[in-house]
Design a protein around this ligand. Sequence first.
Ligand code: 4AZ
Length: 244
Amino acid sequence: ILGGTSALPGTHPWIAAIYIGKSDFCAGTLISSCWIISAAHCFFRNPLRSQIRVVLGQHHFNVTSPNTRSFEVEEYIFPKKFSAFNPTLHDIVLIRLKKQDGRCVRRTPFIQPICLPDKSTTFPDNYCCTISGWGHKHETAPGYSSLQEGNIRLISRDFCKRPGVYGNHVTSDMLCAGLDGCVDACQGDSGGPLSCARDDVNFLYGIVSWGEGCGRTQKPGVYTKVVNYIDWINAVIRRKPKKS
Ligand code: 4AZ
């Protein structure tokens, strides 16, 4: 996160750190006891499930603490329309955690799911929402640290589709946020939450997906529009397990 501040431990209890293979990293969001949502483009090379580790309750990047829990992955599922040839379209993936002693996540003050919006939920242009993550703090500065958070405003589709902004690269399945370029998601924040609150309830409204650089003027962050995928999400997570 560029332009953010260190979060107080426990203020984003749904954020997941996802370690993929030797050196890839993405974030994700806990939506129920066994399911995490992340960005499909983090998984488009089809990493082996055994090479993926999901850590919840984490504050410092790559640091375990009494509050962290680590999970293996049972499966990950792309929407039918996702294609590795165009990984920023339909950039959403569902990850099912492996159970440990008959359950996945045990809720703690540091590990809690976020609410999914329903299909008709909309937050208006200019609404102030929150991003969080362990990604880069500048476009050219690698290095992760404590979880960062920042507030950004939703941007109108008309603005985001202007030729000098992103033109037709922005589809109706995407949201743009972060007009002023002061706070933005950056490399390593992919897959993490854009959360918007109403009446003190946080909803997963977007998934960090892409953008040209980080914090550039007229180049906001682009997020997967979660409300467009609610039927698919519910169909997958309510699916009865196959008999084996
Ligand atoms: C990335 O490389 C990335 N400024 C994520 C978000 C943004 C840019 C890059 C948005 O994962």
